[in-house]
Design a protein around this ligand. Structure first.
Ligand SMILES: C[S@@+](CC[C@H](N)C(=O)[O-])C[C@H]1O[C@@H](n2cnc3c(N)ncnc32)[C@H](O)[C@@H]1O
Length: 373
Protein backbone atom coordinates (compact mmCIF):
# COMPACT_ATOMS: atom_id res chain seq x y z
CA UNK A 1 0.00 0.00 0.00
CA UNK A 2 1.47 3.43 -0.82
CA UNK A 3 2.28 5.57 2.18
CA UNK A 4 -0.52 8.00 1.32
CA UNK A 5 -3.29 5.84 -0.14
CA UNK A 6 -6.24 7.38 -1.98
CA UNK A 7 -9.68 6.79 -0.47
CA UNK A 8 -13.07 8.48 -0.36
CA UNK A 9 -12.38 10.46 2.84
CA UNK A 10 -9.26 12.13 1.46
CA UNK A 11 -10.09 15.70 0.46
CA UNK A 12 -8.96 16.80 -2.97
CA UNK A 13 -7.65 20.27 -3.70
CA UNK A 14 -8.94 22.42 -6.55
CA UNK A 15 -6.47 24.00 -8.95
CA UNK A 16 -5.67 27.07 -6.87
CA UNK A 17 -5.42 25.13 -3.63
CA UNK A 18 -3.09 22.58 -5.25
CA UNK A 19 -0.89 25.43 -6.52
CA UNK A 20 -0.72 26.98 -3.04
CA UNK A 21 0.02 23.62 -1.42
CA UNK A 22 2.73 22.95 -3.98
CA UNK A 23 4.28 26.33 -3.30
CA UNK A 24 4.24 25.63 0.45
CA UNK A 25 5.89 22.27 -0.09
CA UNK A 26 8.60 23.89 -2.20
CA UNK A 27 9.20 26.47 0.52
CA UNK A 28 9.47 23.74 3.16
CA UNK A 29 11.87 21.77 0.96
CA UNK A 30 13.96 24.88 0.41
CA UNK A 31 14.16 25.66 4.12
CA UNK A 32 15.07 22.06 4.93
CA UNK A 33 17.65 21.53 2.16
CA UNK A 34 19.20 24.99 1.81
CA UNK A 35 18.79 26.69 5.18
CA UNK A 36 18.34 24.18 8.01
CA UNK A 37 21.09 21.96 6.61
CA UNK A 38 23.56 24.85 7.03
CA UNK A 39 22.74 25.66 10.65
CA UNK A 40 25.60 23.55 11.97
CA UNK A 41 28.03 25.43 9.73
CA UNK A 42 26.59 28.67 11.09
CA UNK A 43 27.18 27.41 14.61
CA UNK A 44 30.75 26.28 13.90
CA UNK A 45 31.68 29.50 12.08
CA UNK A 46 29.92 32.07 14.24
CA UNK A 47 28.09 30.78 17.30
CA UNK A 48 30.77 28.51 18.76
CA UNK A 49 33.70 30.96 18.29
CA UNK A 50 31.59 33.70 19.89
CA UNK A 51 30.76 31.48 22.87
CA UNK A 52 34.42 30.45 23.21
CA UNK A 53 35.52 34.08 23.16
CA UNK A 54 32.94 35.17 25.72
CA UNK A 55 33.32 32.23 28.14
CA UNK A 56 36.76 30.78 27.44
CA UNK A 57 35.27 27.26 27.09
CA UNK A 58 32.99 25.13 24.93
CA UNK A 59 29.23 25.36 25.50
CA UNK A 60 28.15 22.24 27.35
CA UNK A 61 24.39 22.34 26.98
CA UNK A 62 21.79 23.08 24.31
CA UNK A 63 20.67 26.04 26.43
CA UNK A 64 24.17 27.55 26.27
CA UNK A 65 24.27 27.03 22.51
CA UNK A 66 20.90 28.78 22.37
CA UNK A 67 22.37 31.93 23.92
CA UNK A 68 24.50 32.52 20.84
CA UNK A 69 22.33 30.95 18.11
CA UNK A 70 19.12 32.79 19.02
CA UNK A 71 21.10 36.02 18.86
CA UNK A 72 22.23 35.34 15.29
CA UNK A 73 20.06 36.99 12.60
CA UNK A 74 20.70 34.08 10.21
CA UNK A 75 19.38 31.55 12.74
CA UNK A 76 16.44 33.81 13.49
CA UNK A 77 15.67 33.92 9.76
CA UNK A 78 15.84 30.11 9.54
CA UNK A 79 13.54 29.71 12.51
CA UNK A 80 11.03 32.25 11.21
CA UNK A 81 10.95 30.58 7.80
CA UNK A 82 10.66 27.09 9.28
CA UNK A 83 7.79 28.11 11.55
CA UNK A 84 6.12 30.02 8.74
CA UNK A 85 6.36 27.04 6.41
CA UNK A 86 4.53 24.95 8.99
CA UNK A 87 1.83 27.62 9.50
CA UNK A 88 1.44 28.05 5.75
CA UNK A 89 1.09 24.31 5.34
CA UNK A 90 -1.88 24.17 7.72
CA UNK A 91 -3.40 27.28 6.12
CA UNK A 92 -3.07 25.75 2.67
CA UNK A 93 -4.63 22.49 3.86
CA UNK A 94 -7.40 24.41 5.63
CA UNK A 95 -8.52 25.99 2.32
CA UNK A 96 -9.38 22.54 0.98
CA UNK A 97 -10.73 21.10 4.20
CA UNK A 98 -13.06 23.98 5.08
CA UNK A 99 -14.39 23.99 1.50
CA UNK A 100 -15.01 20.23 1.67
CA UNK A 101 -16.10 20.14 5.30
CA UNK A 102 -19.82 19.46 4.66
CA UNK A 103 -19.03 16.94 1.95
CA UNK A 104 -16.68 15.06 4.31
CA UNK A 105 -19.31 15.04 7.06
CA UNK A 106 -21.80 13.70 4.53
CA UNK A 107 -19.41 10.91 3.55
CA UNK A 108 -18.91 10.10 7.21
CA UNK A 109 -22.68 9.79 7.70
CA UNK A 110 -22.96 7.43 4.72
CA UNK A 111 -19.92 5.33 5.55
CA UNK A 112 -20.79 4.98 9.23
CA UNK A 113 -24.36 3.83 8.54
CA UNK A 114 -24.82 1.02 11.11
CA UNK A 115 -26.75 -1.02 8.56
CA UNK A 116 -23.83 -1.09 6.14
CA UNK A 117 -20.60 -0.64 8.04
CA UNK A 118 -18.38 -3.59 8.90
CA UNK A 119 -16.29 -2.02 11.64
CA UNK A 120 -17.48 0.07 14.58
CA UNK A 121 -17.02 3.33 16.44
CA UNK A 122 -17.46 3.81 20.17
CA UNK A 123 -17.36 7.42 21.42
CA UNK A 124 -17.61 8.37 25.07
CA UNK A 125 -19.82 11.45 25.66
CA UNK A 126 -18.30 11.84 29.14
CA UNK A 127 -14.71 11.46 28.02
CA UNK A 128 -12.16 13.29 30.18
CA UNK A 129 -9.83 14.96 27.71
CA UNK A 130 -6.21 15.06 28.98
CA UNK A 131 -5.71 18.81 29.61
CA UNK A 132 -2.22 18.83 28.07
CA UNK A 133 -3.75 17.79 24.76
CA UNK A 134 -6.93 19.85 24.89
CA UNK A 135 -5.07 23.14 25.33
CA UNK A 136 -2.41 22.81 22.64
CA UNK A 137 -2.61 23.18 18.88
CA UNK A 138 -0.12 20.37 18.63
CA UNK A 139 2.48 20.83 15.87
CA UNK A 140 0.45 23.97 15.04
CA UNK A 141 -2.42 21.85 13.72
CA UNK A 142 -5.49 24.14 13.93
CA UNK A 143 -7.56 23.03 16.91
CA UNK A 144 -5.09 20.26 17.74
CA UNK A 145 -6.23 16.67 18.15
CA UNK A 146 -9.20 17.32 20.41
CA UNK A 147 -11.30 19.88 18.59
CA UNK A 148 -14.80 18.56 17.92
CA UNK A 149 -17.56 20.57 16.27
CA UNK A 150 -20.29 18.01 16.91
CA UNK A 151 -22.01 14.84 15.80
CA UNK A 152 -20.66 14.33 12.30
CA UNK A 153 -17.53 16.48 12.47
CA UNK A 154 -14.40 14.85 11.03
CA UNK A 155 -12.17 17.90 10.58
CA UNK A 156 -9.48 17.01 13.13
CA UNK A 157 -8.95 13.64 11.42
CA UNK A 158 -8.95 15.23 7.97
CA UNK A 159 -6.40 17.80 9.15
CA UNK A 160 -4.19 15.08 10.58
CA UNK A 161 -4.16 12.95 7.46
CA UNK A 162 -4.15 15.62 4.77
CA UNK A 163 -1.72 17.86 6.62
CA UNK A 164 0.39 14.87 7.62
CA UNK A 165 0.71 13.80 3.98
CA UNK A 166 2.02 17.25 3.10
CA UNK A 167 4.24 17.37 6.17
CA UNK A 168 5.97 14.11 5.37
CA UNK A 169 6.45 15.11 1.74
CA UNK A 170 7.82 18.47 2.85
CA UNK A 171 10.32 16.63 5.03
CA UNK A 172 11.36 14.35 2.23
CA UNK A 173 10.10 11.25 4.05
CA UNK A 174 9.76 8.27 1.73
CA UNK A 175 6.43 7.60 0.09
CA UNK A 176 6.80 3.85 -0.23
CA UNK A 177 5.96 2.41 3.16
CA UNK A 178 3.51 3.63 5.80
CA UNK A 179 4.28 3.66 9.54
CA UNK A 180 1.92 0.75 10.12
CA UNK A 181 3.66 -1.23 7.40
CA UNK A 182 7.04 -0.56 8.99
CA UNK A 183 5.56 -1.85 12.27
CA UNK A 184 4.22 -4.98 10.61
CA UNK A 185 7.55 -5.66 8.86
CA UNK A 186 9.42 -5.20 12.13
CA UNK A 187 7.12 -7.65 13.92
CA UNK A 188 7.43 -10.20 11.12
CA UNK A 189 11.24 -9.86 11.16
CA UNK A 190 11.61 -10.14 14.92
CA UNK A 191 8.83 -12.63 15.67
CA UNK A 192 8.61 -14.76 12.49
CA UNK A 193 6.23 -17.35 14.01
CA UNK A 194 3.86 -14.84 15.53
CA UNK A 195 0.42 -14.22 13.99
CA UNK A 196 -1.78 -11.99 16.15
CA UNK A 197 -5.50 -12.56 16.34
CA UNK A 198 -6.42 -9.41 18.29
CA UNK A 199 -4.53 -6.17 17.74
CA UNK A 200 -4.69 -2.81 19.51
CA UNK A 201 -3.24 0.41 18.04
CA UNK A 202 -2.93 3.17 20.67
CA UNK A 203 -3.09 6.82 19.54
CA UNK A 204 -4.39 5.68 16.17
CA UNK A 205 -5.42 9.15 14.98
CA UNK A 206 -6.77 9.02 11.40
CA UNK A 207 -6.14 5.28 11.32
CA UNK A 208 -3.30 5.19 8.81
CA UNK A 209 -1.17 3.23 11.28
CA UNK A 210 -4.03 0.84 12.15
CA UNK A 211 -5.28 -0.29 8.74
CA UNK A 212 -2.00 -1.99 7.67
CA UNK A 213 -2.54 -4.52 10.50
CA UNK A 214 -5.88 -5.51 8.93
CA UNK A 215 -4.12 -5.97 5.60
CA UNK A 216 -1.25 -7.96 7.12
CA UNK A 217 -3.45 -10.10 9.40
CA UNK A 218 -6.82 -10.38 7.63
CA UNK A 219 -8.22 -12.79 10.23
CA UNK A 220 -7.34 -10.55 13.16
CA UNK A 221 -9.77 -8.43 15.13
CA UNK A 222 -8.18 -4.97 14.92
CA UNK A 223 -8.92 -2.08 17.31
CA UNK A 224 -7.71 1.52 17.40
CA UNK A 225 -7.98 4.00 20.28
CA UNK A 226 -7.52 7.74 20.46
CA UNK A 227 -8.73 10.67 22.54
CA UNK A 228 -10.20 12.81 19.74
CA UNK A 229 -13.83 12.17 18.74
CA UNK A 230 -13.59 13.93 15.36
CA UNK A 231 -10.33 12.10 14.66
CA UNK A 232 -12.00 8.78 15.41
CA UNK A 233 -15.05 9.53 13.23
CA UNK A 234 -12.68 10.24 10.38
CA UNK A 235 -10.65 7.07 11.07
CA UNK A 236 -13.83 5.01 11.15
CA UNK A 237 -15.12 6.40 7.84
CA UNK A 238 -11.67 6.09 6.29
CA UNK A 239 -11.41 2.39 7.19
CA UNK A 240 -14.93 1.76 5.87
CA UNK A 241 -14.09 3.62 2.64
CA UNK A 242 -11.06 1.33 2.24
CA UNK A 243 -13.11 -1.79 2.97
CA UNK A 244 -11.07 -2.55 6.12
CA UNK A 245 -12.73 -3.74 9.31
CA UNK A 246 -11.47 -1.78 12.32
CA UNK A 247 -13.12 -1.11 15.69
CA UNK A 248 -12.39 2.37 17.00
CA UNK A 249 -12.82 3.53 20.61
CA UNK A 250 -12.40 6.83 22.40
CA UNK A 251 -10.09 6.14 25.34
CA UNK A 252 -7.01 7.40 27.05
CA UNK A 253 -3.75 5.45 26.71
CA UNK A 254 -3.43 5.69 30.47
CA UNK A 255 -6.56 3.68 31.16
CA UNK A 256 -7.67 1.66 28.20
CA UNK A 257 -10.57 -0.16 29.78
CA UNK A 258 -10.36 -3.44 27.84
CA UNK A 259 -10.19 -6.69 29.77
CA UNK A 260 -6.88 -8.10 31.06
CA UNK A 261 -5.20 -10.44 28.59
CA UNK A 262 -7.54 -9.54 25.73
CA UNK A 263 -4.98 -8.77 22.96
CA UNK A 264 -1.95 -10.50 21.54
CA UNK A 265 -0.44 -7.44 19.88
CA UNK A 266 -0.44 -3.94 21.38
CA UNK A 267 1.16 -1.20 19.28
CA UNK A 268 1.55 2.53 18.97
CA UNK A 269 3.05 4.61 16.18
CA UNK A 270 4.33 8.18 16.55
CA UNK A 271 2.35 8.66 19.74
CA UNK A 272 4.91 8.64 22.54
CA UNK A 273 6.43 11.94 21.44
CA UNK A 274 3.00 13.51 22.01
CA UNK A 275 2.59 12.01 25.50
CA UNK A 276 3.69 13.30 28.90
CA UNK A 277 6.03 10.88 30.63
CA UNK A 278 3.29 9.60 32.96
CA UNK A 279 1.09 8.67 29.99
CA UNK A 280 3.90 6.73 28.31
CA UNK A 281 4.61 4.87 31.55
CA UNK A 282 0.91 4.05 31.95
CA UNK A 283 0.70 2.96 28.30
CA UNK A 284 3.52 0.45 28.89
CA UNK A 285 1.70 -0.86 32.01
CA UNK A 286 -1.53 -1.11 30.07
CA UNK A 287 0.31 -2.94 27.26
CA UNK A 288 1.44 -5.53 29.80
CA UNK A 289 -2.00 -5.86 31.39
CA UNK A 290 -3.82 -6.18 28.08
CA UNK A 291 -1.55 -8.80 26.53
CA UNK A 292 -2.17 -12.52 26.70
CA UNK A 293 0.85 -14.69 27.57
CA UNK A 294 3.01 -14.87 24.44
CA UNK A 295 1.70 -11.48 23.30
CA UNK A 296 3.88 -8.74 21.82
CA UNK A 297 4.14 -5.03 22.64
CA UNK A 298 5.62 -2.87 19.89
CA UNK A 299 5.83 0.93 20.21
CA UNK A 300 7.51 2.91 17.44
CA UNK A 301 8.15 6.60 17.07
CA UNK A 302 10.46 9.19 15.58
CA UNK A 303 14.16 8.51 15.89
CA UNK A 304 15.02 11.23 18.38
CA UNK A 305 17.60 10.09 20.95
CA UNK A 306 19.12 12.74 23.19
CA UNK A 307 21.31 10.15 24.95
CA UNK A 308 23.22 9.79 21.67
CA UNK A 309 23.50 13.48 20.82
CA UNK A 310 26.13 16.09 21.59
CA UNK A 311 24.92 19.51 22.83
CA UNK A 312 24.72 20.85 19.27
CA UNK A 313 22.43 18.04 18.08
CA UNK A 314 20.25 18.44 21.15
CA UNK A 315 19.88 22.13 20.37
CA UNK A 316 19.33 21.47 16.66
CA UNK A 317 16.75 18.70 17.10
CA UNK A 318 15.07 20.35 20.07
CA UNK A 319 13.66 23.17 17.90
CA UNK A 320 10.19 21.61 17.64
CA UNK A 321 9.49 21.68 21.38
CA UNK A 322 8.70 25.39 21.51
CA UNK A 323 8.59 26.46 17.91
CA UNK A 324 6.34 23.72 16.59
CA UNK A 325 4.15 23.26 19.70
CA UNK A 326 5.49 19.86 20.66
CA UNK A 327 5.40 20.12 24.47
CA UNK A 328 6.64 16.57 25.13
CA UNK A 329 9.31 16.43 22.40
CA UNK A 330 12.30 16.57 24.76
CA UNK A 331 10.62 14.35 27.34
CA UNK A 332 10.31 11.73 24.60
CA UNK A 333 13.87 12.33 23.36
CA UNK A 334 15.21 11.52 26.83
CA UNK A 335 12.94 8.52 27.30
CA UNK A 336 14.09 4.90 27.55
CA UNK A 337 11.04 2.96 26.40
CA UNK A 338 12.58 -0.52 26.78
CA UNK A 339 13.25 0.27 30.43
CA UNK A 340 9.63 1.37 30.84
CA UNK A 341 8.51 -1.95 29.33
CA UNK A 342 10.69 -3.82 31.82
CA UNK A 343 9.30 -1.77 34.71
CA UNK A 344 5.78 -2.52 33.46
CA UNK A 345 6.42 -6.23 34.02
CA UNK A 346 7.86 -7.59 30.75
CA UNK A 347 10.79 -10.00 31.28
CA UNK A 348 14.04 -8.08 30.90
CA UNK A 349 15.51 -10.48 28.34
CA UNK A 350 12.61 -9.80 25.96
CA UNK A 351 12.78 -6.00 26.18
CA UNK A 352 14.56 -4.33 23.27
CA UNK A 353 14.81 -0.86 21.80
CA UNK A 354 16.62 0.31 18.69
CA UNK A 355 16.47 1.73 15.20
CA UNK A 356 14.67 0.18 12.28
CA UNK A 357 15.09 1.47 8.76
CA UNK A 358 12.26 2.32 6.41
CA UNK A 359 12.38 0.23 3.22
CA UNK A 360 13.38 3.13 0.98
CA UNK A 361 16.18 3.94 3.48
CA UNK A 362 14.96 7.55 3.80
CA UNK A 363 14.69 7.41 7.61
CA UNK A 364 15.02 5.19 10.67
CA UNK A 365 12.23 4.68 13.20
CA UNK A 366 12.89 4.10 16.88
CA UNK A 367 11.16 0.95 18.11
CA UNK A 368 10.74 -0.61 21.52
CA UNK A 369 9.32 -4.09 21.96
CA UNK A 370 8.81 -6.84 24.51
CA UNK A 371 7.19 -10.25 24.79
CA UNK A 372 4.87 -11.23 27.62
CA UNK A 373 6.12 -14.49 29.01
C1 LIG B 1 1.15 11.87 16.09
S1 LIG B 1 -0.44 11.14 16.29
C2 LIG B 1 -0.08 9.49 15.75
C3 LIG B 1 -1.14 8.95 14.90
C4 LIG B 1 -1.05 7.60 14.27
N1 LIG B 1 -0.64 6.56 15.18
C5 LIG B 1 -0.16 7.61 13.07
O1 LIG B 1 0.94 7.09 13.17
O2 LIG B 1 -0.56 8.14 12.05
C6 LIG B 1 -0.63 10.96 18.02
C7 LIG B 1 -2.04 10.60 18.41
O3 LIG B 1 -2.06 10.31 19.80
C8 LIG B 1 -3.31 10.74 20.31
N2 LIG B 1 -3.22 10.90 21.76
C9 LIG B 1 -2.67 11.91 22.46
N3 LIG B 1 -2.76 11.68 23.79
C10 LIG B 1 -3.39 10.47 23.93
C11 LIG B 1 -3.76 9.69 25.03
N4 LIG B 1 -3.53 10.08 26.27
N5 LIG B 1 -4.39 8.51 24.79
C12 LIG B 1 -4.64 8.09 23.53
N6 LIG B 1 -4.29 8.80 22.43
C13 LIG B 1 -3.67 9.98 22.62
C14 LIG B 1 -3.57 12.04 19.58
O4 LIG B 1 -4.94 12.39 19.63
C15 LIG B 1 -3.06 11.71 18.18
O5 LIG B 1 -4.09 11.29 17.34
Amino acid sequence: MPRNPAHAMLASPNHDEAARQQYTLSLKDFVRDQVRSRNEELYQKRGRPRFLKEHGREPDSPQEIGTVMWDDPAYQMFSGLHRNGQEMMWDAVADTLYRERDALSGKYRTLSDPAKRKGSLELDPNFNMPPGMAKVDIHLQPGGYCVDYGDDDVLAGAFYEYGGNMYTMGRGVGQAESKGEVGVRFIQDRYPDFTPTRVLDIGCSAGSSTVPYVTAYPDADVHGVDIGAAILRYAHARAEAMGKVVHYHQCDAQDLGFEDGSFDLVTSHNSMHEFPQGTTERMMQESFRLLKPGGVAMHMDVNLRFDEYDPWMKFHRGWDQINNNEPYWRVYANNKPAELLRKAGFPEETCWQGKFQQLDKSIHWFISTALKA
